[in-house]
Design a protein around this ligand. Structure first.
Ligand SMILES: NC(=O)c1ccc[n+]([C@@H]2O[C@H](COP(=O)([O-])OP(=O)(O)OC[C@H]3O[C@@H](n4cnc5c(N)ncnc54)[C@H](O)[C@@H]3O)[C@@H](O)[C@H]2O)c1
Length: 374
């Protein structure tokens, strides 16, 4: 007789009951995860153990009936990781993205997270992943603020006022206890208005709508960039004041004069090294590959020798585990570039799975009473 295998299925309601929207818990969980990254107790995909994920893109003109066609933000992505420490779990975030989805009453991307026992390989949980992913994304700038921002920061500026920015602001506010004013810029004024109203009600901050991204960036002690790619965001050197911390969750074109003058941190330099290697081997050419990469403004300066080699740029994990200092002066201008990592999804999903089990949430699903062929 073989072994019965079952796992917990957790839908979005279960995730909410388990506390997926609790940014403070998520920032603390990701802080722990970054400490493990700094120590090296993790593995992501690929030969270098540091790949973001593997993507399916569709052809512009499919030759087969029913095959999807390429389009903006159209992809499927599998992001895999093992995380050590108290987690000791393998997992995968698997999602598809289609920009048409909102007109169907669906989010642009639909995400699931699977967790597995790293020893027996059995699944232990399958979770609705949209809120896991959004909140973990916003909690990375939260960890960034913990180690890199001035403690007396009073003004937070946000560029882009969509759902990911909402999660970023929640994450930032976990440690930015002195923020009193929020400056918002979005190309859609109604999005900025709604964001300001929500932030005022939730955090009692004074919302100010900026007329341009320059105005918002110039005002910020902490600046969060999380805009979609509808229109490129440009960040100018002269706008960033002394002591500011700018956190990139969404793409932007960043002034080289700023990047060569400020202190640059990556979420994980080894993942950016993997991105750069992949771009240099891309048959379409490095520039074409850099076009869609979050860190391209930094990568180009590394290629030109104007910034140190990618692995010499400090990583947040090294700061979190105490190997290197974060902010050392109130005068420093600091930039943190993130790319999104499966270890973040695995860490937050595992924490929520643990809570869900304690709360008796979810449905147990059986794979087999005894495997038919074993
Ligand atoms: N790093 C990560 O792990 C990670 C994960 C998920 C999403 N993201 C990024 O976050 C971005 C935002 O996600 P979302 O779901 O909130 O997108 P969204 O499209 O729902 O909202 C983005 C907002 O940005 C605004 N915008 C677009 N261009 C702008 C510009 N030039 N200046 C100011 N505002 C602008 C839009 O009007 C919109 O209100 C995504 O495009 C993606 O790049 C990053």
């Amino acid at each position: 007789m073989g072994k019965r295998t079952e796992f917990l299925y957790l839908d979005e309601d279960d995730m909410i009951k388990a506390g997926v929207l609790d940014s403070e818990a998520c920032v603390n969980t990701l802080d722990e995860m970054f400490q493990l990254l700094g120590k090296g107790d993790y593995i992501m995909g690929g030969a270098n153990h540091n790949e973001h994920g593997i993507m399916i893109t569709f052809p512009d003109n499919p030759q087969f009936e029913g095959m999807p066609a390429n389009g903006p933000d159209r992809r499927f992505m599998a992001m895999v990781a093992y995380l050590g420490g108290r987690f000791k779990v393998c997992g995968e975030k698997w999602y598809g993205s289609n920009i048409i989805n909102p007109s169907r009453g669906l989010p642009r991307s639909v995400l699931m997270v699977m967790l597995n026992d790293p020893d027996t390989c059995e699944p232990i949980a399958l979770c609705s992943g949209n809120l896991i992913s959004a909140v973990r994304t916003g909690s990375v700038p939260g960890v960034g603020v913990r180690y890199l921002a001035r403690k007396d920061a009073e003004v937070c500026s946000v560029i882009g006022a969509g759902p990911i920015q909402r999660a970023c602001f929640q994450g930032i506010m976990v440690d930015a206890k002195n923020v009193k004013k929020l400056v918002i810029y979005d190309i859609k004024p109604e999005a900025a208005e709604a964001f300001g109203q929500w932030a005022k009600e939730t955090y009692h901050v004074e919302p100010v709508i900026a007329a341009s991204s320059d105005e918002a960036v110039s005002a910020g002690d902490i600046i969060s960039v999380a805009a979609s790619r509808l229109k490129p965001v440009e960040i100018k050197n002269e706008c960033l004041k002394k002591g500011s911390t700018i956190l990139f969750t969404g793409a932007a074109t960043i002034d080289p004069a700023y990047l060569t003058d400020c202190k640059v941190f990556f979420d994980n330099a080894k993942m950016h090294e993997a991105y750069m290697e992949e771009a240099h081997n891309d048959p379409a050419g490095v520039e074409a590959a850099y076009k869609n990469k979050m860190g391209s403004s930094i990568y180009r300066l590394i290629d030109q020798g104007k910034l140190p080699p990618v692995t010499e740029i400090p990583s947040l994990g090294d700061v979190a585990c105490g190997k290197i200092p974060g902010r050392t002066s109130d005068e420093d201008r600091i930039c943190m570039m993130t790319g999104g990592m499966p270890v973040e999804d695995v860490a937050w999903a595992y924490e929520l799975y643990t809570r869900a089990k304690e709360m008796g949430l979810g449905i147990k699903l059986k794979i087999w009473d005894s495997p038919h062929w074993s």
